[in-house]
Design a protein around this ligand. Structure first.
Ligand SMILES: C[S@@+](CC[C@H](N)C(=O)[O-])C[C@H]1O[C@@H](n2cnc3c(N)ncnc32)[C@H](O)[C@@H]1O
Length: 411
């Protein structure tokens, strides 16, 4: 279809997202899976907490004299419970079905998807760039298993110039979170939109010239920085070529120039002090702790004096109770995310200061999703009034970050 349009002289780069077309049955399957996930993650999760509070925790207290004190102890107590076993198996299956529900439409559209990405790479009409390096060594944390059960993970290429896993991620994540997100503020919200506007409102004099997103995948949490800081140049790095090709085509069709490159975040080829803002979203929980330390040190090197780094991640284990830690750490055991629990146990301020940031600039904050509350409430929050909602499926985000002091560069 795209080839035919091109032959007929159509010249605008189409939105790569809109190329796959789901059949009636696929749409209904996707809606079913999305609502199944909502049922598992919200409704059944509340009931499971009741089972824990009313039966499992009192039983453990009677047996040992105290309530389970951490995620592992709660997990041991919950593992034999039929409610948990059923919930866990539903959740696992819903996760697998999320990706499977979009694979058919992606496979049918693959030749067109590749054509569009190739054309984006040739023409880059918005002025972005795509630098791929086939010699990039894919880290073991990515190559050795399909992270969050997505077939092919972020890097597998089945064909020349492949974009398939980028497309599966783009469409699958809509199924994954579609029924869970309650947008009160349409067109707004998500990690990057919320974080970008939080920074802008809280620090009105902060105007980054260059922004880098680490582990950007297809740029879902990079492009919204263009709304918050329209003058800034955007850069995204990732190890996966197919997700970068897809992300580049997506940004070009939206008219947003982004400089994508295939590199490992532990050692990047940008010069010292090149960026004013370095961000990431849902990235560090997929990285082993020794690599996290290297990446944060690299972040410190790459920031200009006065620059800021800010990362969205899952709640640290110290911030939530033992039960919620057990609930969150499910992914470490069943969702192919082996570094998830170990990362959450780290003290993020210690990680940042160990990477070279002055301790007094390091911090942790939970911000509301900008799509879930009104503009005035969001502004009030950024000014220090009011609290972000509890962490619960996209209602708020935990951020950790630091700034590079101007004096740091004197030494
Ligand atoms: C969960 S995804 C990030 C999602 C993305 N930031 C978003 O918000 O949509 C993690 C990404 O990090 C990439 N990645 C993992 N290890 C990396 C490394 N050492 N260097 C660069 N990218 C890496 C993966 O290829 C994957 O695309």
């Amino acid at each position: 279809m795209y080839r035919a349009e091109k032959a007929a002289g159509e010249s605008a780069l189409p939105s790569i997202d809109s190329i796959p077309t789901a059949t009636h049955d696929e749409v209904s399957r996707q809606m079913y899976v999305s609502h199944l996930r909502k049922y598992v993650m919200l409704d059944l999760q509340k009931d499971m907490r009741d089972v824990y509070d009313s039966a499992v925790e009192p039983r453990e207290r009677a047996r040992t004299g105290e309530a389970p004190g951490d995620a592992l102890a709660v997990r041991k107590a919950m593992q034999p419970v039929n409610f948990y076993r059923t919930w866990s198996s539903l959740r696992y299956n819903a996760q697998e079905m999320t990706w499977h529900s979009v694979q058919g439409e992606v496979e049918r559209a693959l030749p067109d998807l590749i054509d569009v990405a190739d054309e984006a790479a040739e023409r880059s009409p918005a002025g972005g760039t795509l630098r791929l390096n086939p010699a990039t060594e894919i880290p073991k944390a990515v190559s050795s298993l399909d992270i969050h059960l997505m077939p092919g993970c972020f890097h597998t290429e089945y064909k020349n110039d492949d974009v398939a896993v980028g497309a599966v991620y783009a469409h699958g994540t809509k199924v994954f979170s579609g029924a869970l997100k309650k947008a009160r503020n349409p067109g707004k919200g998500g990690v990057a939109d919320s974080t970008g506007h939080y920074l802008k409102l809280k620090y009105p004099d902060f105007n980054p010239k260059r922004i880098l997103d680490l582990g950007c995948t297809i740029g879902s949490n990079l492009l919204p920085y263009h709304r918050a800081f329209p003058e800034a140049e955007l850069y995204g790095i990732d190890v996966g070529a197919p997700v970068l090709r897809y992300g580049h085509a997506r940004a070009e069709a939206q008219g947003i120039p982004v400089h994508y490159s295939q590199q490992t975040a532990e050692r990047l080829d940008f010069e010292d002090g090149y960026f004013d803002l370095i961000v990431s979203s849902f990235f560090f929980h997929e990285i082993a702790v020794p690599s996290t330390k290297k990446i944060l040190a690299e972040t410190h090197r790459l920031l200009a004096p006065g620059g800021v780094t800010i990362h969205m991640e899952l709640p640290p284990s110290s911030e939530v109770d033992a039960y919620y830690n057990f609930f969150l750490d499910w992914d470490a055991y069943h969702n192919h995310e082996p570094h998830y629990a170990a990362f959450r146990q780290q003290d993020r301020v210690v990680l940042l200061s160990g990477a070279g940031f002055a301790a007094e600039t390091c911090g942790l904050v939970r911000i509301p999703d900008r799509g879930g509350i009104g503009d005035e409430e969001f502004l009030a929050f950024a000014k220090g009034e009011g609290q972000a909602p509890e962490h619960n499926n996209f209602s708020s985000y935990y951020l950790f970050g630091a700034s590079k002091q101007k004096a740091d560069n004197v030494a």
